[in-house]
Design a protein around this ligand. Structure first.
Ligand code: ZN
Length: 274
């Protein structure tokens, strides 16, 4: 099921991986490098607006894989939670306008909201916006985050938790994003990937550096660290996933590079390790 190693037809790069580039520069750079897929971050859409960004992506014939990111549903106040749902409805509209079939959800957490309450708030919010996703034809991918982010970024920390929400909501519009950085340590990863099956909407790769010098912005390129990326990709594909393999690397180190050189580095890393 693995394609020839020189085939980049399933390579997707997140605009956040080449963060210093504008969306125009990223589209131009990826196109010249023969990278067919792009996952667009809202930060890179904002300066242009969704309409112009959509035209740019269409004209370049790039395959928009996902929009990152919605979520951040958790808050102690009801008004803030309503605002979060409103922002997610705008993100769904933006995804539809960009031609992104999936909106990735980083579900949120707040130190003042205990985890069981946070998880209930996340469930309620996804339940509330699901009809909007359905109306727009944009699927929602719950991305579990590594537990080191359970205080402030996501109270959904394992694929099991994400799967439980997906199965409880039982909607074709709600699935999961498997990111090896967040899930590689999980002893139940393989069985939960199998359980997720067709509800795997996205697959993100990068690597875990030792030592990790920054909790957010020190991710490695595939091959820089200790994650068994190929093996996990095999599990995801056995579960039925046939989509893009997305390189998502937040790294102060790589953002400091000439981004043209970084794109070549991404291609090499993807070919050899992803
Ligand atoms: Zn990710």
């Amino acid at each position: 099921m693995t394609e020839p190693l020189n085939d980049f037809s399933r390579l997707c790069v997140h605009t956040m991986t080449t963060k210093p580039w504008t969306l125009e520069q990223a589209v131009d750079g990826y196109t010249r490098a023969g990278i067919p897929g792009i996952t667009v971050w809202r930060e890179h859409v904002a300066p242009l607006g969704a309409k112009k960004a959509a035209k740019l992506l269409r004209d370049a014939e790039m395959k928009v894989v996902s929009l990152c990111r919605g979520g951040f549903f958790v808050a102690s106040g009801a008004q803030a939670r309503e605002q979060a749902k409103g922002e997610n409805r705008r993100a769904i509209e933006e995804a539809a306008e960009l031609g992104a079939p999936v909106l990735v959800l980083v579900c949120g957490a707040a130190p003042e909201v205990d985890l069981p309450r946070a998880r209930q708030q996340i469930f309620d919010a996804i339940h509330a916006i699901e009809p909007d996703a359905k109306a727009a034809g944009v699927r929602l991918a719950i991305e579990p985050l590594h537990p080191m982010y359970a205080d402030s970024r996501s109270a959904i920390n394992t694929l099991e938790q994400a799967n439980n929400i997906v199965f409880a909501l039982n909607s074709p519009m709600v699935g999961v994003a498997v990111d090896v950085y967040h899930c590689w340590w999980d002893p139940f990863l393989r069985s939960e990937i199998s359980r997720a099956g067709k509800s795997i909407f996205a697959f993100h790769v990068c690597d875990w550096r030792t030592p990790t010098r920054d909790l957010l912005n020190d991710r490695g390129m595939p091959g820089d660290g200790c994650i068994n990326i190929r093996e996990i990709r095999g599990w995801v594909e056995q579960a039925g996933f046939k989509g893009f393999v997305e390189v998502e690397v937040f790294s102060d180190q790589y953002w400091g590079w000439d981004q043209e050189k970084l794109v070549e580095r991404i291609k090499r890393a993807w070919k050899q390790h992803a």
